[in-house]
Design a binder for this molecule. Structure first.
Ligand code: HEC
Ligand code: HEC
Ligand code: HEC
Length: 429
């Protein structure tokens, strides 16, 4: 197939050249890679591309959430109806209040609800304002059921199943219900910032390409040293690619892509690890500093190029489909799907308060800026580290950076952001 297309191009060029002279033929893209049968890019294919066994960052929570779903396996307990109450709730409202506001216990109810006059600073409004829930005529059993496992009322609820997933004991939920029953007066917000309905949406205004604003820019100078560093095989990247500004002007915008030899999607970072192993001999593991620096460099070279990943080949289509499905999977002790928080899911989150969902982040321009510098931790995160954190934050075990699932999700997101311009390094809080 490829060869005959090549032959046709050659023939066309030949006839054109006889008519119009040699110049036309030279302008014809005869020598471009696109016209030739694809050369296999050298890549080491057998080893994992990340530290193995993968172990979580020591400054991240250390809990093993093995009893709950991850993006790679299903482990969460099947839904079961909440236990029946023996009689009216007789909990301790003071303790219930403390638990409801405790950020250490699953992020606290006020991440999503306003809860009366003692509501701590900056509550969220993903769920309804519960400041008057005590006057709504809900039975004790109904309130208990909602908190124990909201799926008892709304199978698609994005509220965590606090009891079923053992975030709170049955007694603690009694206390929380007792507290809710005391909530009878609308909450008066002290200012527009406190009120989640009027709080201004944060806007990122810093210039991500200004080295004085974005420490991530320093990665480019570091990467140039790595790029020209001779590895164990006596070669550097520069030995084979002397003019990266030219050769890689658009390359990163085509990543991630399905790699048939690995039977998985790889992004720039995994490419770097595998390509370096087979060319320079360096072992630039994913999420190592050299790897991320080179990734920034290669992506930076493609800045301004519209993302143009393969979304049409059979393998790409299948990977995108898997990635999209994974983003609807409920994972972790908190039982969230990516799309619960990242929008796009209006259809299947049915609670009436979500008709106009207030989501924390929407998948839009979200990957064109990776790797990105995070000012809150002074670290550069590549895509896989960002997703790892979005796993751990909802109490789901993260996967290694080279996980098949992360590749599928990265391609699915790149497909959604197709056409947006690469803009690296990013800067985020
Ligand atoms: C991630 C967001 C989130 C968190 C955290 C959360 N909720 Fe909810 N909650 C919701 C949403 C959304 C609804 C609306 C209905 C639905 O989708 O199930 C809801 C509904 C409720 C209801 C039902 C109100 C009614 O109409 O009867 C109660 C009660 C409730 N939440 C209590 C709590 C308590 C107590 C906590 C903390 C232990 C909590 N919620 C934490 C999102 C959340
Ligand atoms: C021994 C020679 C050699 C070395 C050293 C080498 N490469 Fe390559 N590289 C190749 C060949 C061959 C290809 C495939 C043909 C091409 O695109 O030129 C390639 C392709 C690439 C591509 C394009 C991949 C694609 O999907 O088309 C990138 C990006 C790249 N190399 C980056 C690097 C970086 C970064 C380093 C250093 C870690 C490096 N190369 C080291 C030989 C080398
Ligand atoms: C509990 C809510 C929540 C869940 C669930 C969640 N995320 Fe996030 N995610 C966030 C928040 C908050 C941010 C930071 C917002 C920002 O920087 O724009 C974020 C940021 C991101 C970003 C970077 C956005 C950017 O512009 O920098 C990506 C990519 C991402 N998440 C992917 C995922 C994937 C994939 C999943 C599912 C495995 C997931 N998230 C699950 C809350 C969540």
């Amino acid at each position: 197939m490829e060869n005959s297309a090549f032959a046709r191009v050659k023939a066309a060029c030949f006839s054109l050249s006889t008519l119009l002279g040699a110049m036309t033929c030279a302008a014809f893209p005869l020598d471009s890679d696109a016209q030739q049968p694809q050369k296999a890019v050298p890549m080491e294919l057998a080893q994992p591309a990340a530290a193995t066994p993968w172990s979580r960052y020591s400054d991240w929570p250390a809990t093993d959430w093995k009893d709950y779903n991850t993006l790679a396996n299903l482990a969460s307990p099947a839904y079961a109806p909440p236990p029946k109450l023996a009689g009216p709730i007789a909990g301790d409202p003071k303790n219930g209040e403390k638990l409801a506001f405790d950020r250490g216990r699953g992020g606290s109810c006020v991440a999503c609800h306003v809860m009366g006059k003692t509501t701590p600073a900056l509550p969220g409004n993903i769920g309804p304002d519960l400041s008057t829930v005590g006057t709504w005529g809900r039975s004790d059993q109904k309130l208990f059921d909602y908190v124990y496992d909201p799926r008892s009322v709304n199978p698609n609820s994005m509220m965590p199943p606090w009891g079923a997933h053992k975030l709170f004991s049955v007694q603690e939920i009694h206390d929380i219900v007792a507290f809710m029953k005391t909530l009878k007066a609308p909450h008066v917000f002290k200012d527009e910032l406190e009120n989640p309905a009027t709080r201004p949406v944060p806007v990122e205004t810093r210039d991500n390409l200004d080295p004085f604003e974005n420490d991530g820019m320093a990665a480019i100078d570091r990467a140039k040293l790595v790029y020209s560093r001779v590895g164990s095989q006596g070669k550097s990247c520069a030995s084979c690619h002397a003019a990266p500004e030219k050769s890689f002007r658009t390359w990163a915008a085509t990543m991630p892509r399905y790699e048939a030899r690995l039977k998985k999607v790889i992004g720039v970072e995994e490419f770097i690890t595998r390509h370096a192993r087979s060319t320079t001999g360096d072992n630039l593991l994913m999420q190592s500093m050299d790897n991320i620096d080179l990734s920034i460099y290669l992506r930076h070279l493609a800045n301004g190029t519209p993302i143009k990943v393969d979304t049409t080949s059979k393998d790409a289509v299948a990977a995108i489909k898997r990635g999209n499905a994974l983003m609807t999977r409920k994972i972790g002790q908190l039982n969230f799907a990516c799309l619960d928080c990242h929008g796009l899911a209006n259809k299947w989150v049915r609670g009436q308060w979500l008709a106009q969902p207030k989501r924390q982040a929407v998948f839009n321009k979200e990957i064109a800026h990776f790797p990105t510098f995070r000012t809150s931790s002074s670290e550069i995160w590549d895509f896989s580290k960002r997703v790892q954190w979005c796993n751990v934050a909802i109490r789901a075990n993260e996967l290694p950076p080279d996980a098949v699932e992360y590749g599928d999700i990265e391609l699915a997101l790149a497909a959604l952001t197709q056409g947006q311009k690469v803009n690296v390094p990013g800067i985020r809080n």
